[in-house]
Ligand binder design. Structure first.
Ligand code: C5P
Length: 395
């Protein structure tokens, strides 16, 4: 039965999940941390180990990378040439190495030998610690995005120069964590950390949802305009998630997290989007959005966390390039749940057993007929085969 089940395993994978896994030369974190989910109760499948393997495989495959892309390192080196290199990223996120673990691991990874900490920081701080990735909660509720567009339009009406500062509706998001990833290996580690974060979040929520409520407008240093999140139990949970994710990423050696505390917000404009604008406008005048200062924009349920690149070309819908996404709470369309998998497995096993029994019966019948001289009923055998293939088609 085990051999049979093993042969049937490929058929258990829904077609959508058969996309080739992301190419990854080295994923030490995956190998080390591969604890996976705890064993589930017996459910009728004879080989529980096999089932766990299927679950783990499907889980990995549902965290899809969308497109092959140049390495973060090559993008990093290109960055120095780019006009926005010192605007949208470096000035915005003063990212410091936040833990000794990070620094230690980074030092070893980068050079392969120990070097004095001070000299390393002096030489490489600028390149290494510049954030180039972040964890994003996409904000897509049309009520919210339409409301924000109205605010943006009203501001632009009053000051045309600020059109350059506006965040496109397709890229509206709440940042959970910023980080620096240098190269495919670290991207792979971050993908695994995101997967671990999903397990943590789902354990924490136990089926409940995190409902983010957006109301009111505020600013950071009059340079960034954002919609506020109403402070409540849900934002407290969000903060716990952000802080734990930071730990999960840091424990894997990723340089993650800013020095400042997590303050969830939904940025809709920032001067740093344009170097030219920054020269022209030093401060955003809060009277420009006075009429919307207490406006309620809507709610968004946390259902997805994305690992996004700050530098790679955005998607056609305006949203960031995602290396990986995890879905929280609800079942993703391409992700069958446990019950579906078990029922599918059972059906496959039943059909295989039926087929084997039928074949056995036919063979013994034929043998008997051959030995006692009666003719072989080829028609019957053929019709039996047809029924089987009909069954197969209905699967
Ligand atoms: O993450 P997001 O794109 O919304 O950040 C927009 C800007 O807000 C960034 O420039 C970031 O540095 C700034 N910010 C800040 N203080 C915070 C969080 C973000 O100045 N607590």
């Amino acid at each position: 039965m085990q051999r049979l089940l093993r042969r049937l395993l490929p058929a258990l994978r829904p077609r959508a999940l058969l996309a080739p896994p992301r190419p990854m030369a080295l994923r030490p974190a995956a190998a080390a941390g591969g604890g996976g989910s705890p064993p589930r109760e017996h459910d009728g499948l004879e080989n529980v180990q096999q089932k766990k393997k299927i679950f783990a495989e499907i889980k990995k495959m549902t965290q899809q990378r969308k497109k092959p892309c140049p390495s973060a390192e090559s993008v990093d080196s290109l960055m120095a040439e780019m006009p926005f290199a010192n605007t949208d990223i470096e000035d915005e996120f003063a990212m410091h190495a936040t833990s000794e673990v990070n620094r230690e691991k980074k030092r070893k990874r980068t050079t392969g030998r120990e070097i004095p900490e001070g000299s390393e920081r002096k030489k490489t701080k600028k390149k290494q610690y510049q954030p180039n990735y972040f964890i994003s909660i996409p904000i897509t509720n049309p009520e919210i995005t339409d409301g924000i567009r109205a605010v943006q339009d009203a501001i632009i009406q009053k000051d045309h120069r600020l059109s350059k500062a506006m965040v496109r509706c397709g890229s509206l998001h709440v940042t959970m964590l910023v980080m620096h990833l240098s190269g495919e290996e670290e991207i792979g580690i971050a993908v695994d950390a995101l997967s671990d974060s999903k397990d943590f979040v789902e354990d924490l929520l136990k089926g409940k949802t995190v409902d983010l409520s957006f109301q009111g407008i505020d600013h950071f240093k009059n340079e960034v305009g954002f919609v506020k999140l109403t402070e409540n139990d849900d934002t407290a949970v969000l903060t716990e998630i952000a802080e734990t994710m930071k730990k999960i990423f840091q424990e894997k050696g990723i340089l993650a997290g800013e020095g400042r505390a997590f303050k969830p917000h939904l940025t809709f404009m920032k001067l740093s989007k344009s170097t030219q604008l920054r020269k022209e406008v030093k401060k955003i005048d809060s009277s420009l959005y006075e009429d919307f200062k207490s406006q309620y924009f809507g709610d968004e349920v946390l259902h997805r966390l994305d690992l996004c690149s700050m530098l790679k070309k955005k998607q056609p819908n305006g949203y960031y390039y995602c290396e990986s996404s995890v879905f929280i709470g609800e079942k993703h369309a391409a992700e069958p749940d446990d019950a579906e998998l078990v029922s599918l497995s059972k059906r496959l096993v039943e059909n295989a057993v039926l087929k084997a029994v039928q074949q056995y019966l036919e063979e013994t019948q034929n043998k008997t007929r051959q030995t006692d001289g009666s003719p072989v009923k080829t028609e019957e055998a053929a019709s039996g085969t047809k029924n089987e293939s009909d069954n197969d088609n209905s699967k």
